[in-house]
Write a protein that binds this ligand. Sequence first.
Ligand SMILES: Cc1cc2nc3c(=O)[nH]c(=O)nc-3n(C[C@H](O)[C@H](O)[C@H](O)COP(=O)(O)OP(=O)(O)OC[C@H]3O[C@@H](n4cnc5c(N)ncnc54)[C@H](O)[C@@H]3O)c2cc1C
Length: 414
Amino acid sequence: MKTTIIGGGIIGLCSAFYLTEAGIDVEIIDKTDISNGCSFGNAGMIVPSHFIPLAAPGVISKGMKWMFDSKSPFYIKPRLSFELIQWLWNFYRSCSKEKVDRAVPLMRDFQVMSKELYQDLAQNPELDFLYKEDGILLLYRSKKTEKEELETAELANEIGIEARVLKCGEISQVEPKIEIEALGGVYYPGDAHVYPNHLMKSLLDYLKNRGVQFRLNTEVVGFDYQSDRINSIITNTGEQIPVENLVVAGGSWTAKILKFLRLKMLLQDGKGYSVTLKNTPQNLTLPSILAEVKVAMTPMGNDLRIGGTLEISNLSPKINLSRMNGILNAVPKYYPELKPELPSEKNIWHGFRPCTPDGLPYIGKSRIYKNLVLATGHAMMGLSLGPASGKLVSEIIQGTASSLDLTLLSPNRF
Ligand SMILES: Cc1cc2nc3c(=O)[nH]c(=O)nc-3n(C[C@H](O)[C@H](O)[C@H](O)COP(=O)(O)OP(=O)(O)OC[C@H]3O[C@@H](n4cnc5c(N)ncnc54)[C@H](O)[C@@H]3O)c2cc1C
């Protein structure tokens, strides 16, 4: 039975990949030409080490402090919105130890499954995306952060994710190429990274060669539906496209798309920025996360990408130069030899991470429409969780046993 996917980001493309593998015809509709969205300019990290969801104890107090610092990694643009208030209320309720403890085993299994699927994809001779499995390095400069990160590292080892704590003098064992100024670090050898732009392009070409139909620069603006079925999609070009099975993987726009079906989804955009230093003579061996400032740095071939910030911005494309400056100014504090300059605005990339109130993605069937599957809300882990999410979507569509227990991921949970 044919499946139509709205959204050609990493989640839509990975869903198409595994549906096609299962012999299912797929069509993808995207309002862009799929060349520069959130799935392209991100930091490319594949992170089994990220098993703690965004909504966790301590996050609210940190966020409140950051709100008043124009260069901090977090900001919520104040606005009177019932949806934002509901989202914040549910975020607040999700920041409990009990909820996080429930989510951790699932997130570990989800991340590990996805990394294993990346290992398979990297073996595929038709896909080329600079997959490197040499771990990531988390660096910290303060005692307070050290305490938090050592707790996370301990938990990681307990649940089977290897974490090696390194004192300042030991960091050069894993990152010999460049000077580092930090109190210490945690090395997660099981993490990996890719060049997301290559991954997306490679997947697009692969899917086109496999007969997946793409309707690009076509925005979904409505649906024709009856009580429990969606019959067709209405596009901005006035076309009406019949659907059999429908997957909505519209990233941060998913809640907006679902309004056309009278469905509510709590979802906010977490805008982030990145710059890519091309052919940089001084590059890192390993990707790193600068813990205090939440900046991600990833070597991608000869290039170095530096990204960060999470601004709940109501999908505003405006670039906040002060915040981007905050990201770049933080770099020499950890890597004194690197002094990246603020590029012109047109060279600053931005993307909208789809954020749920509890930090867990939404993957599953709609409660109302029998032929609708939802797949979004991956926040800062969408690239990492892409293949596993795509596989889960294909299992739902086929009606086969699920590789993971989807209860905590239900799109009907709020
Ligand atoms: C700075 C930054 C760094 C990041 N680093 C990492 C990282 O290292 N590792 C990681 O795992 N994740 C990372 N992420 C997060 C990751 O990029 C996202 O989670 C992921 O890209 C989301 O993918 P998606 O397919 O859900 O959404 P998107 O990539 O946004 O795709 C959604 C698609 O839906 C389309 N669409 C929307 N509305 C409509 C409509 N009405 N009609 C038709 N099409 C529509 C859009 O055009 C878009 O192409 C980072 C994000 C940022 C911003």
